[in-house]
Unconditional design. Sequence first.
Length: 244
Amino acid sequence: MHDLQLTFIGSGNAFSPAGLCCNGFVVNDRFLFEAPPQALSSLNHVGIDPNELDAVVISHHHGDHFLGLPFLLLHWRWQGRKKPVTIVGPTGTEALARDISEKVFPGVLSQVNYDLQWVEGEGGDHLLLKGLEIEPHTVQHDEGLNMSLGYSCRVGPRRFAYTGDTRLCDAVFDLAKGQELLVSECASRTGVVPVHMNLVDDMPLVHAALPSGAAMILTHIAPDVDTNGLPNTFVAQDFKNYRF
């Protein structure tokens, strides 16, 4: 069976509690989920060449998930990228990324030497990328955003899902169904925040929706988050690899 490897370039949230890097992870060294502000630095730290990424998949447009894109585009523009890359995100991703990137790094998207494809999805789509199949699910997060997405994914024969940032909602349970692995946000241990899930109240319900034997990784965490005794559950750590 093909290995499924996740390398976390960050496990924290927008407040970087206890110095945690903002959440993001790379699947099989090819597919980056989220573009946190420190993405380029963290990729270099774990030894993943940004030029070898095949896709960047973004769940929503909050800065801790999005503001690393200008730095990735800067690297690709000036550090020799040749191979194609796809950026996936909710509606409005391309316009927002182009606007911010051109303002902070003028010319970063002009005369590039690689093929850059933008794919904007919404719940119910089925997106086929190079080596990655993804189905976006509309999750319930910040109503001030145009959309927030979780993703059900397949790499070869392996299935995994990612909740993105969300409160507990029907889409989270849909994402958990039939998966070998679920990467779930868990923003606090007991804190009740209307737009996030916590460890004590929500994670047991999410875990119960997984198939028997499936694994769960908690991310977008605060430092006091642990496994709370949930079986086959891991708490993401900055720069750590998990192989399934």
